[in-house]
Write a protein that binds this ligand. Structure first.
Ligand code: PLP
Length: 415
């Protein structure tokens, strides 16, 4: 843990270039979100290495699936090489076809939008709601009810004429989307709901685990996630046929265990046993991690009450957030600097932080799509800043807060 004396001083300008996302955190810096490896990870991985079960077959892969299915109370789980591939397969098994349209949160990491394109479908970007920053369910309902037409047993976008087949609510930052209105309208029109729960494993919506309320849920175990397998993902569903097809597609669609016979285009998407071994060890500790994450969030929330212009993410009354990535909004007029200026100052001081993702409707990748009106996501993108919140954060959290206070003073405002 960095000591006070090892902290870099603030200056008027400049930033620490080494703090690029994904770069190893230099000694003395406070990372944004790093893995917590303190349980049976070494033991289980050694078991794989000792027994040569290093690849996609092996007991840990099945065990990891069972553990996750049980945890989110889902009937079936299929382990994948990452969360993006889980989303890709989810869209395929849910029956999304080329040229269909799929509603997806605009304020998200790009993976779910890209997965929609992988299957040849088109994303329709939905704005965030202002309170908890998640996909706005009213926007979903309005789009489906007003901008689409039910004709010959299909829902079609009135402007593009395309068939709408699925909704991908993304539970961002550890907090659930308000799912009920989305599920209701999806049932009305026979749309599949694929929850992107990659950032929110363990979060609950109205007392139920996210990932298990729509038709399929997807998780990620990337290095920055609540639990990690280095890289990895999981798809969960109660639909046996979909689970079987997902397993088939993730293992090259092989129909015979010995002969190389394949009945459709499959993918090499199955998680390895070594990664699953890590996953099993991480799952053993997940409740503890969530407890720590919630503690970090409540400490930030309490401390930031006294600091004008910094507004922490909140938890809806119907939600149990896991606060995966603790994020604040920076009000420039009250704090004295904007989110990017604060980002630069914190990086310079050795405190890793990140802006929110550029909303998908603004992404150059999707510039050819019909422009979407998403003012809430635009504002969240402009003002959002994620702060260090690793499970191992400990006393360093005080240093983050002290820096936020000092910078507020530096900007000429009273904390
Ligand atoms: C919202 C969201 N969806 C999907 C993914 C993709 O997961 P992975 O990196 O495991 O492919 C991520 C992050 O990594 C994410 O944040």
């Amino acid at each position: 843990m960095p000591s006070e004396s090892s902290r870099k001083p603030f200056s008027e300008s400049g930033r620490s270039a080494e703090s690029a996302p994904g770069a190893p955190v230099p000694q003395g810096e406070i990372p944004l979100s790093v893995p917590e490896i303190r349980g049976n990870e070494w033991k289980y991985v050694k078991e794989c290495l000792d027994t040569n079960w290093v690849s996609t077959a092996g007991s840990f892969a099945n065990r990891f699936e069972d553990m996750l299915a049980e945890y989110v109370e889902s009937k079936y789980a299929v382990a994948t090489i990452n969360g993006t591939s889980a989303l890709h397969i989810a869209l395929l098994v849910a029956g999304v076809h080329p040229d269909d349209e799929v509603l997806v949160s605009t304020l998200t990491f790009i993976a779910p939008a890209n997965a929609i394109r992988y299957v040849g479908a088109w994303p329709v970007f939905i704005d965030a709601e202002p309170n908890y920053w998640q996909m706005d369910p009213q926007r979903v309902v309005d789009f489906l009810e007003q901008e689409c037409r039910w004709t010959s047993g299909e829902l079609r976008n009135k402007v593009t004429g395309r068939r709408v087949t699925a909704i991908v609510p993304v539970h961002i930052l550890g907090h659930p989307v308000d799912l009920d209105p989305i599920l209701t309208v999806a049932r009305k029109y026979g749309l599949a709901v694929i929850e992107d729960a990659t950032e929110s494993l363990g979060a609950k919506y109205k007392g139920q685990m996210v990932g298990h309320q729509g038709d399929i849920g997807c998780f990620s175990f990337n290095g920055n996630k609540l639990i990690t397998t280095g890289g990895g993902g999981m798809l969960v569903t109660d639909n046996e046929d979909w689970a079987q097809r997902a397993r088939h597609l993730t293992t090259q669609a092989k129909v015979d265990p010995v002969e190389y016979i394949h009945d459709e285009i499959g993918y090499n998407y199955r998680l390895t046993n070594i990664q699953a071994a890590l996953g099993c060890a991480q799952m053993e500790q997940i409740d503890d991690y969530i407890c720590v994450k919630r503690g970090i969030a409540s400490a930030y929330t309490e401390w930031l009450e006294d600091l004008a212009g910094l507004h922490p993410m909140r938890q809806a009354p119907w939600a149990e957030s896991v606060f995966w990535l603790f994020t604040i909004l920076v009000d420039e007029t009250k704090y004295g600097m904007n989110s990017r200026e604060l980002l630069a100052k914190l990086l310079e001081a050795g405190i890793q932080c990140r802006p929110l993702w550029q909303p998908m409707h603004l992404s150059p990748v999707y510039a050819d799509l019909k422009p979407a009106d998403c003012p809430v996501a635009n504002r969240l993108y402009q003002d959002g800043l994620s702060l260090p919140c690793s499970v191992s954060l400990g006393e360093s959290q005080r240093l983050v807060l002290d820096s936020l206070k000092q910078l507020s003073l530096l900007a000429g405002h009273q904390a």
